[in-house]
Design a protein around this ligand. Structure first.
Ligand code: SAH
Length: 358
């Protein structure tokens, strides 16, 4: 039975399901979930991420790691954790940059947190020559060293719930069956009042306990071990309303209910909530636009140096630079949340956190 038919049967038997349950099934159903069965990253696939746009992205994050390691006092051992490493491009670019710090590389423990079996296989193949451990959840990372945690475009694929403002209160948006037995969105018949800020009828509020849980786990690890982390994604920097659910396949948008498991399903990162969850676990935080972050790390100079070395590549590099940092492209929609342990100076790209500085 296809995932779509199984979801329909489940709704027939038990009633409508939350959007979070639907997203989890579409992304991780062991037989047909998108990440479990057919993730396709890259130009030929379903979507392109920043590390796939340009090697400059991962290299600059590698330099950021070196700066954090130095401000930690150059510890002999460091644990580098990447969550949701996709096709391993980012980790390979980071590791290439880390060659600038042989002492760091020599004492490096690398842990990949990956839920997808096919992506894990790609990562294992590409990282054959490096000592890497794989785990399925951040809670399984075991280390006695300071940590650096990186997650690019992971928050957006964690399950979220949606609530819609009606005359009677906030009703959860549920996935149910329409008159023709097709999957359809509906509203819970039991609206709640008082939980959320005032809004006009029709407003949509998104909540992702899973995004908050990831931020708490990352922050908890950083607070305990010392270190820093980056959670990079498209999302909002201020609390707000709006339906941001989207399904992407072959770089095109589809209806989220069209073809369960066939498309990547995402929702904006809710950075205000993510940062609050992180702070509650005892770290300092900052949030900047991706363009601002990469410029602070020196992406303009890096692009210029690469273009001078390879004039034939100059136009391509200028295009990559614009794609990563341009306001109309990834520069402003994408944001970088920085997390760092108390007592550590603000890492490159971030201002000192006035609220939580120790
Ligand atoms: N970071 C990569 C890939 C982003 S796609 C890049 O920038 O190119 C999302 C990644 O998160 C994939 O590797 C996917 O398998 C992984 N992922 C999705 N849900 C996850 C979960 N619950 N726990 C850990 N990894 C997850």
């Amino acid at each position: 039975m296809s995932l779509k038919d199984r979801l329909k049967a489940q709704i027939q038997a038990f009633g409508p399901m939350s959007l979070g349950q639907y997203m989890t099934a579409c992304l991780h159903d062991p037989a047909e979930g998108y990440y479990a069965s057919r993730p396709r990253l890259g130009a030929e696939g379903d979507f392109v991420t920043a590390p796939l746009v340009s090697q400059m992205f991962g290299e600059l994050i590698g330099l950021w790691c070196i700066a954090v390691w130095e401000s930690l006092g150059r510890p002999a051992r460091l644990c580098l954790v990447e969550i949701g490493p996709g096709d391993a491009t980012l980790m390979l670019d980071v590791l290439r940059a880390l060659r600038l710090a042989p002492d760091l590389l020599a004492g490096l423990q690398i842990v990949m947190v990956e839920a997808s079996t096919p992506l894990r296989a790609i990562q294992q193949d590409k990282l054959k020559s490096h000592p890497v451990q794989w785990v399925s959840q951040i809670g399984q990372v075991k280390t006695d060293s300071p940590v650096i945690v990186i997650a690019n475009e992971v928050l957006d694929c964690l399950p979220a719930r949606q609530f819609v403002r009606t005359e009677a209160g906030w009703s959860e948006r549920l996935v149910g069956l329409g008159p023709d037995d097709a999957l359809t969105f509906g509203l819970s018949p039991r609206p709640v009042e008082g939980l959320f800020p005032p809004a006009s009828v029709g407003s949509v509020l998104e909540l992702s306990p899973a995004q908050d849980a990831l931020a708490s786990d990352v922050a908890g690890l950083i607070a305990t071990q010392g270190g820093a982390g980056l959670l990079i994604d498209y999302g909002r920097s201020d609390p707000g309303f709006g339906d941001t659910l989207q399904a992407l396949g072959g770089h095109k948008k589809f209806g989220p209910l069209d073809a369960p498991g066939e498309h990547d399903l995402t929702i904006h990162a809710d950075f205000p909530s993510v940062l609050t969850a992180a702070k509650d676990c005892g770290v300092q935080t900052g949030l900047v636009d991706q363009g601002q972050f990469l410029r602070a790390l020196g992406i303009d100079q890096r692009a210029q140096a690469l273009s001078q070395a390879r004039p034939d590549q100059a136009a391509k590099l200028a295009h990559q630079l614009e794609r990563l940092t341009g306001a109309a492209q990834m520069g402003e929609l994408f944001k970088v949340a920085g997390l760092w342990s108390k007592g550590l100076q603000a890492p490159p790209g971030f201002d000192p956190d006035p609220e939580t500085a120790a």
